[in-house]
Design a protein around this ligand. Structure first.
Ligand code: NAD
Length: 255
């Protein structure tokens, strides 16, 4: 491996990816594992499919079952990974939910469910790993999964838009405080990707057509489209990137 290829290597690194059983999180697990990391995937449900896909690329994957709507899961996740790995090097805050509803009808319960997972958990899980990284002086990489709705308001998803704008904001806020500890905090803002998150949207033929017509690349994104950005932000290649939210959106924001 030459010096430049080395920049993108994740050999001997340990990564935690939340929401690892499906969708974009699954794609990110495959990418980081293929680049050499031992990936600990957190999910409420079995990650068997992810494990199979990681095996296909010759990678290492360990599943951690946890319900992240309960913030006490943070401590147990950190303990479980720390018992099996020398240290955590990379955290990908990917787990997220969306609830579609007219703003006028949103309940407090739904608002809390979305913002607790998409925003509060992201902050406190990041804080938990950063405490270890600041204590051992070795730094680390945090990748938050933002959204087009970190930049735009969207339609009928006000709690989601608020939470993803918060993700972009906290990515900058944490980078400002932690860059000095060699901790890179950045985010990826996926465009419109074909996963469970967008099933409802894709099943509505008029919304589906509207979305597609606005994507310069002319297609919905896929979990595989996340590979490059995830490896880049998890590796030494992005050592001088701090607080930036990178779009992987087929050109949606350029329109
Ligand atoms: P998805 O619904 O397929 O995956 C969501 C993941 O979060 C799943 O692994 C799910 O198990 C996990 N999760 C949800 N609630 C959880 C809980 N309480 N405890 C543990 N895990 C939980 O959707 P996706 O598209 O793969 O979404 C991944 C991330 O990407 C989310 O943060 C989402 O907001 C974001 N995103 C998706 C799109 C898109 O178009 N699909 C666009 C922008 C951002």
């Amino acid at each position: 491996m030459n010096q430049i290829q080395n920049l993108f290597s994740l050999e001997n690194k340990t990564a935690i990816v939340t929401g690892a059983n499906t969708g974009l999180g699954q794609g990110i697990c495959v990418a980081l594992a293929a680049a050499g990391a031992h990936v600990f995937g957190v999910a409420r449900r079995s990650c068997d499919e992810t494990l199979e896909k990681v095996k296909e690329v010759g990678g290492e994957f360990t599943e951690i079952i946890a319900d992240l709507s309960d913030l006490s899961a943070i401590d147990s996740i950190i303990k479980e990974v720390s018992a099996k790995a020398d240290r955590i090097d990379i955290l990908v805050n990917n787990a997220g939910i969306i609830k579609r509803c007219d703003a006028i009808d949103v309940t407090m319960e739904d608002w809390d469910a979305v913002t607790d997972l998409n925003e509060k958990l992201v902050f406190f899980l990041s804080q938990a790993v950063a405490k270890q990284w600041i204590a051992d002086g070795k730094g680390g990489k945090i990748i938050n999964i933002a959204s087009m709705l970190s930049f735009q308001g969207g339609i009928r998803v006000p709690a989601y838009a608020a939470s993803k704008s918060a993700v972009a904001g906290m990515t900058k806020a944490l980078a400002n405080e932690w860059a000095q500890y060699n901790i890179n905090v950045n985010a990826i803002a996926p465009g419109y990707m074909a996963t469970n998150n967008t099933t409802q949207l894709r099943n509505d033929s008029s919304r589906n057509d509207d979305v597609l017509a606005r994507i310069p690349a002319g297609r919905w994104g896929t979990p595989e489209d996340m590979y490059g950005a995830a490896i880049f932000l998890a590796s030494e290649a992005s050592a001088y990137m701090n607080g930036f939210t990178m779009a992987v959106d087929g050109g949606w924001l350029a329109r």
